[in-house]
Write a protein that binds this ligand. Structure first.
Ligand code: FAD
Length: 456
């Protein structure tokens, strides 16, 4: 084993001249190497043999061919935000796309072409200059690339569908190094697969999106309630939100305020005509006795960063997630008991409501299969000190064990850091088709540092 590893490293040195890219190549010890291998989840501490900071599709194709020749494992980094940490590999080639940040907006066709290093905050800021938007996620330093390839759940999905529903085409580098453009007419099977199938089928160097005239303002904000009213709040919330129109998106959940008070919150986000907002917010505003009501008219860009403070980069975390079709009392009791026992005040528990256009797309229309009115729920265990790893990971695992029987499928972008056996649940009836497409385009499973769909 040791001989093998040394042999490969020596071989790689000989071949190094063959990796020629316009971008930067970093090796351990080089300036910038340590920063480049860091990602959002501070638990991930992997050391690639090489980090290739690509500038375009040709650079990416050169990396793919080089890795094949040297039999290197490849990982692909977009925004580096995925909790599973597959953006970074040990001893292999990390293809780092974070420097590829060009965005082109075509005002006539209302479309945008973005490179894979673009973050949501950069994309939203660029399109909103022109009163245009498409569905993104809800934390602004998430990468557009990973988000789109896995699906993309955001406040605009009730109106415009998920992010990948708005993907019009993509330029990709396949496992054999070929560069292709995929859309509804070219490689339609690949185009179907990358709308939800993650990074399994190739590396995307350009994404083209449909944009919509939107904003600039929404009406949104958190309402906070004391924990001793949490059950009543959720009982009210689950009925209220299903009666509201599809423009009313929402989170509900549990956080600890910066001054240390555990609270229950509802975060409505009215994405329709701002003049209509109060009509639909009235039942919420008049419910119970909140500690604080921060709902107000605000720029869409402000809504897009409202949860940022709850997800700081670089700290330690462990995540469990699944969809709930309903939030029955029995589930609420379990959730409340576990929230009360959370070892770290940094750990939010969130329920994000999927509805409207996102839920109405046919299951087989794209790879993203779990389409229904439901909540995507996340136990986001977060802490600062490595000495606390065990208790925070156990808390999330035990909590999860109790609520998993109530879940129905999982969002692939929220699958966690250990070997999660639920990949089939993320795709349901689309799974077999995905495996067949994987076999056609990547029979050796070259792209395997991801939530992996193994070739049929
Ligand atoms: C705090 C937080 C909040 C989040 N909120 C939301 C949310 O509101 N809505 C939502 O839908 N999701 C959300 N997510 C999940 C998010 O969509 C995923 O973590 C997504 O994978 C992040 O993309 P990235 O490019 O930043 O990640 P990376 O870690 O860089 O990439 C993740 C994986 O995607 C693949 N990949 C990345 N770029 C490419 C590419 N160009 N070509 C091929 N494969 C590629 C690779 O397999 C890689 O391992 C959230 C995540 C976090 C941590």
């Amino acid at each position: 084993m040791e001989i093998n590893i040394n042999y490969k490293k020596n071989e790689m040195k000989k071949e190094l001249q063959l990796l020629r890219i316009k971008g930067t190549i970093l090796r351990p010890g080089n300036d910038g190497y340590e920063d480049a291998r860091k990602i959002w989840n501070g638990m991930i501490d992997r050391k690639p043999a090489l980090i290739a900071q690509c500038t375009d599709g040709d650079d990416i194709a050169a990396c793919v061919k080089f890795a094949r020749k040297n039999d290197l494992i490849v990982s692909v980094r977009g925004g580096g935000h995925n909790v599973a940490g597959n953006a970074v590999c040990d001893d292999g080639l990390m293809i780092d796309l974070s420097k590829m940040k060009t965005i082109h907006i075509d005002l006539d066709s209302k479309t945008a072409i973005a490179e894979p290093g673009v973050l949501l905050k950069e994309f939203d800021a660029a399109t909103m200059q022109f009163g245009l938007a498409t569905t993104g996620g809800t934390v602004s330093d998430t990468g557009l690339a990973g988000l789109t390839l896995g699906g993309g759940l955001g406040y605009l999905m009730g109106r415009f569908g998920i992010t990948s529903d708005n993907l019009l085409s993509a330029e990709m580098i396949l496992a054999n190094g070929d560069q292709v453009k995929v859309d509804k007419d070219n490689y339609p099977d690949l185009f179907w697969a990358i709308r939800g199938g993650g990074g399994n089928f190739g590396i995307v160097s350009k994404f083209e999106y449909r944009l919509y005239s939107f904003g600039p303002n929404v009406v949104a904000g958190m309402i906070l309630y004391p924990m001793d009213k949490a059950k009543e709040v959720f009982q009210f919330y689950r009925d209220y939100i299903r009666r509201a129109p599809d423009e009313m998106m929402s989170y509900a959940g549990f956080i600890v305020t910066p001054d240390g008070i555990p609270v229950t919150f509802i975060l409505p986000a009215w994405t329709g005509d701002v003049k209509e907002a109060e009509k639909y917010l009235a039942p919420l505003r008049s419910f119970g006795s909140p500690i604080a009501d921060m709902i107000t008219e605000m720029p869409y860009l402000q809504l897009q960063s409202i949860l940022d403070a709850a997800a700081p980069a670089g700290i330690r975390r462990y995540w469990k997630s699944g969809y709930f079709i309903d939030l029955p009392d029995e589930l609420l009791d379990i959730v409340l008991r576990n929230v009360a026992a959370r070892p770290s005040p940094l750990s939010p528990v969130l329920f994000f409501h999927m509805r409207g256009a996102a839920a109405e797309v046919e299951t087989a229309a794209t790879a993203f299969a779990n389409r229904r009115d439901q909540w995507d729920s996340d136990i986001i265990s977060q802490w600062l000190d490595a000495a606390d790893d065990e208790k925070n990971i156990s808390w999330a695992k035990n909590f999860w064990k109790e609520i998993e029987p109530f879940t129905n499928g999982v969002y692939v972008n929220h699958m966690g850091s250990d070997d999660d056996p639920r990949i089939a649940n993320a795709y349901g009836e689309n799974f077999e088709r995905l495996k067949a497409i994987k076999k056609k385009y990547d029979p050796d499973n070259f792209f395997r540092m991801n939530n992996n769909i193994k070739p049929a």
